[in-house]
Design a protein around this ligand. Structure first.
Ligand code: CFM
Ligand code: HCA
Length: 530
């Protein structure tokens, strides 16, 4: 059944201009063939959105988890603090290795710095950080005031690099740039690709891979790495959860790039493919079936029978270890419904896991996903790295023969692409059930209205709207930070997630809350005088 009425009722509350804008961001699956949605456009001023800023996407999301780097925020202390602890990107280091994740570095800009300029303060901060910590590298991230007053962070970075002999990378990620975090992902990707990836020469083992777009929230990356190492993969780098600058430098030497979060890191995946000829594979380690599918695709890519067999052994072992618990939680979840609203990939990734537990997703949306995250994208042309293309200056290909050891013939690539989703992403809408809603940049008014109308058993979102839902008597699980839990990835992670939501949905707490729709009469009408 197509449930269009609820959306129309919400839209009717808006002034005509806003209505016209917002309806383009809403799709009902199955209503028309096209399923086109407007996304990645500016939020209407005055509307309470869940989106973050460009700085959050660059420093908070992509750079922040690199643990052997000192990340200096040039700006007010709040910007640094906000992108520091709350995302729960975990990191641990072996004895003797650096881990600066517990530190929060900022120039703590004051009014006088805005008036007289903050470059001097930034120079001192970089010097102090270098002298105290002797890190592998330093990043400088710009916040809104930096762009407005024109501090030259690149000059500071260049001078510090010359003085201290380590890489000092400057990022023009002022918060106001673009329309959301998404612009910041792109800025971070470009600099890492231009200045870091390709500068190392670490030895890589057999079946070497990079994991892109995995930020180790609640330990997800650790669980994924555990499974992959058990099968026999060599993880060259993780971008960027519990990742290091040291490993990132040699990322170009891996045989295959896995892309977990497509939104935040597809740029690096594509640039590595163009520059070094390494294909990327869209993966999903959230959910049991998705994990199995991903592991099989990976084994197929390498095509080695021993690896294919080993993959099946590990899948069987992992499944056996969760079988009993899964049965219990499936019983507790059966027949429930969910509403998902998360940044740019999790609203899609979690749908499979919920389905496996017997929970139907009735609405899903991204804060800042682009159209391809919703509608999918076609195969991009594979750039053949033959002797001639090595001389194309735009590709900046090095002459080092080792970089071409993965050269696959175009025939082999084409054959692989026919069998498996290589360098392609299908997007979220394709997998959703007819009649479900897809809403982009959902705002707080719409959230409340949908919660009232759809009354889901579970609302998966973030800190900005979690308690709005819970005050309505609807259990809310944060899919950004996982509240205080995790990992949720892989086989064992699926059980941790299933347990958390089973407890959350079934707790008697909700019976002590009277939701607004039980207090306010739902029938509307006019009193007509005789
Ligand atoms: Fe990718 Fe992310 Fe996400 Fe994202 Fe984010 Fe995040 Fe997210 Mo919060 S990188 S798009 S910018 S999966 S921080 S780890 S949870 S909004 S859905
Ligand atoms: C960000 C980070 C965030 C915020 C989470 C939330 C995260 O966008 O800057 O709003 O609950 O995952 O920590 O997405």
């Amino acid at each position: 059944m197509i449930k269009l009425k609820s959306i129309q009722k919400i839209l009717e509350e808006y002034p005509p201009k806003v209505k016209k804008n917002r309806e383009k961001h809403m799709v009902v699956k199955g209503l028309d063939e096209k399923h086109e949605i407007e996304a990645n456009t500016r939020t209407i001023p005055g509307i309470i959105t869940n989106r973050g800023c460009c700085f959050a996407g660059c420093k908070g999301v992509v750079l922040g988890p690199l643990r052997d780097v000192v990340h200096i925020v040039h700006g007010p202390v709040g910007c640094s603090y906000y992108t520091w602890g709350t995302r729960r990107h975990k990191g641990r280091s072996e004895a003797g290795e650096d881990n600066f994740l517990s530190y929060c570095f900022t120039t703590d800009m004051q009014e006088s710095d805005i008036v007289f300029g903050g470059e001097k303060k930034l120079r001192e901060a970089v010097k102090e950080a270098y002298e105290l910590f002797k890190p592998e590298a330093i990043t400088i991230s710009a916040t809104c005031p930096v762009g407005l007053i024109g501090d030259d962070i690149h000059a500071v970075a260049r001078d510090a690099q010359n003085e201290f002999g380590i890489q000092v990378l400057a990022f023009d990620c002022e918060g106001y740039k673009g329309v959301s975090q998404s612009a910041g992902h792109h800025i971070a990707n470009n600099v890492l690709m231009r200045d870091v990836i390709g500068t190392g020469d670490a030895e890589t083992g057999k079946y070497s891979i990079n994991i892109l777009g995995e930020y180790n929230i609640g330990g997800d990356g650790w669980e994924i790495s555990r499974i992959l190492s058990k099968i026999g993969y060599h993880i060259v780098s993780i971008m960027t959860g519990d990742g290091t600058y040291k490993e990132l430098k040699s990322a170009h030497k891996a045989d295959l790039n896995l892309v977990q979060c497509h939104r935040s890191i597809n740029y690096i995946a594509e640039m590595i493919e163009v520059k070094y000829g390494t294909p990327w594979l869209k993966v999903n380690f959230i959910g049991i079936e998705s994990t199995i599918k991903t592991l099989r695709h990976m084994a197929k890519y390498f095509g080695d029978q021993a690896l294919i067999d080993r993959t099946e052994v590990v899948i069987t072992e992992e499944l056996a270890s969760i079988e009993e618990s899964l049965k219990i939680y499936k019983r507790m979840c059966a027949g429930k419904t969910a509403l998902l609203f998360v940044g740019g990939s999790r609203a899609h990734h979690y749908q499979g896991l919920l389905r496996e537990l017997g929970i139907e997703t009735v609405m899903a949306g991204y804060e800042f996903g682009h159209r391809d995250d919703y509608e999918g994208r076609d195969v991009i042309p594979y750039i053949k790295m033959d002797a001639d293309s090595r001389n194309i200056p735009e590709l900046q290909v090095t002459k080092d023969e080792k970089n071409y050891r993965l050269y696959l013939s175009p025939e082999k690539i084409e054959a692989l692409k026919k069998e498996m989703p290589l360098s392609r992403y299908d997007g979220m809408i394709k997998e959703m059930k007819g009649g479900s809603y897809i809403i982009d940049d959902l705002n707080h008014f719409e959230t409340e209205e949908l919660l009232k109308k759809l009354k889901p058993s579970l609302f998966c979102s973030g800190i900005k709207d979690k308690f709005v839902a819970q005050k309505m008597g609807i259990f809310s699980k944060q899919l950004h930070s996982y509240d205080y839990s995790g990992p949720y990835a892989g086989f064992k992670g699926a059980i941790v997630f299933a347990k958390d939501i089973s407890m959350g949905m079934n707790t008697p707490t909700w019976s002590f809350i009277t939701p607004p729709w039980k207090k306010i009469p739902m029938l509307e009408g006019k009193i007509v005088k005789e």
